[in-house]
Design a protein around this ligand. Structure first.
Ligand code: ZN
Length: 409
């Protein structure tokens, strides 16, 4: 049993309580959170560690959307246009896959870990990242992706998906949870979706789907026109949208889905998402591909649970979640900075945990798993209300991290 004491405990509980001169007592689970003196008095046999001045203890952070298989990308892919990027991903996929060996995966996972990410959602297209995910100390929801629009190949594509899913079942544990990813509305045939979603339903698996990521996607789905028409002609002489947006969404009704991006959603789509899952906000990815900025306030008005995703290094320069949080903070300049900082910490903790179905993390509360990170700020925070903002501004790496009470950083 351990006690960590710090100047501030950011609990991320329902009231967003911040405890000054606080402490957390834990083994695998959190035993007590409160004022330092009381926690020490109530747990006399615990080993006490006092963190340095200006310290903060908070729940481990959660990245709900990334693609480890693209971790080798630095400057290979084309940015600035969604379709051109997609074409460059297809053209360079094999090379990037080849370039990401064990070391590349290890570095990517470590970058997340050092930034305090104790749980993440990983989209796997090929199953190449399974060993690395299994080796990592973090809790991972492993989304096996399916895509394919040609009805002639549905059986083959499904067989390949089933094989990968089966393989991930062999690694199934508390720390590696198999799940399903439907790539997108424009790339996945409705029949293929039904087949994969039937498994998700039967096995109660979590789902992830890219949805309304670009204006080109919106234009294509609503009107069958635009850049997607030209792009999809490579695969089909006379391409047509396979379904409309609500037909696509309806397939996820009653299931639990993380919809990634959602930057050009209509009101009824946001309403649907709020009742059937959550939204992963991947700002840097949206920015480098010239996709629109998510309207956070509009999504919150429809009660959408927003989470934070870095997306893969295929459309980001960093998997460090603090880099992502800073970018989000600066990009949404119309929202009050203190209010937004508080939102962002909530998105990256409680909301992320709920989205990934990890109900026992994301909050410092008695009985929850001891997934904890500590941060040392450069100086004293004069206004407690400013703590979330100072954390986002100043944190690059955490001082220490614990998963289920075990030291991991
Ligand atoms: Zn993605």
């Amino acid at each position: 049993m351990k006690i960590l004491t710090a100047d501030y405990i950011l609990t991320c509980d329902d009231d967003f309580s911040i405890i000054e001169d606080g402490a957390v007592c834990f083994d695998e689970k959190i035993i007590e959170v409160g004022k330092k003196d009381e926690v020490i008095k109530n747990n006399p046999y615990a080993i006490v560690k006092h963190l340095s001045p200006n310290s903060v203890i908070m729940p481990g952070l959660i990245n709900t959307h990334t693609h480890l298989e693209y971790s080798a990308n630095k400057t290979t892919l084309i940015y600035g246009d969604f379709i051109k990027w997609l074409q460059s991903v297809i053209a360079n996929r094999d090379k990037l896959k080849e370039d990401c060996g064990a070391e590349c995966y290890k570095n990517a996972i470590e970058q997340m870990l050092l930034s305090g990410v104790t749980a993440f959602g990983n989209i796997s297209s090929f199953g190449d990242d399974l060993d690395a995910c299994f080796e990592s100390p973090q809790k991972i929801v492993y989304f096996n992706e399916i895509l394919g629009s040609n009805p002639d190949f549905i059986d083959d594509v499904f067989l390949n998906f089933e094989k990968r899913l089966q393989k991930s079942y062999e690694f199934f544990s508390r720390d590696l949870i198999p799940a399903v990813s439907i790539h997108s509305i424009y790339s996945t045939h409705p029949m293929l979706m039904d087949m994969a979603l039937n498994i998700a339903k039967k096995d109660k698996l979590l789902i992830s789907a890219h949805f309304m990521e670009s204006l080109a996607e919106r234009e294509w789905i609503d009107r069958g026109e635009g850049d997607f028409y030209e792009f999809l002609k490579i695969f089909n002489q006379n391409p047509k949208p396979m379904q409309n947006a609500m037909e696509f969404l309806e397939k996820f009704r009653g299931l639990k889905t993380i919809f990634a991006h959602g930057v050009v959603c209509k009101k009824e789509e946001l309403k649907f998402i709020s009742k059937n899952g959550s939204l992963s906000h991947c700002l840097v990815s949206n920015r480098v591909l010239n996709n629109p900025l998510l309207n956070i306030e509009e999504a919150l008005k429809e009660e959408v649970s927003i989470t934070i995703g870095t997306d893969g290094l295929s459309s980001n320069n960093s998997l460090n979640i603090w880099d992502e949080l800073r970018a989000v903070l600066f990009a949404h300049s119309h929202i009050d900075v203190l209010k937004l900082s508080k939102y962002l910490i909530t998105f990256a903790t409680v909301n992320g945990a709920k989205a990934l179905g990890l109900d026992d993390v994301g909050m410092l509360k008695i009985g929850k798993s001891a997934d904890i990170i500590t941060v040392i700020l450069p100086d004293k925070v004069l206004k407690k209300e400013q703590l979330p903002l100072e954390l986002i501004l100043h944190t690059k790496e955490v001082k220490s991290g614990y998963i289920d009470g075990e030291r991991c950083v």
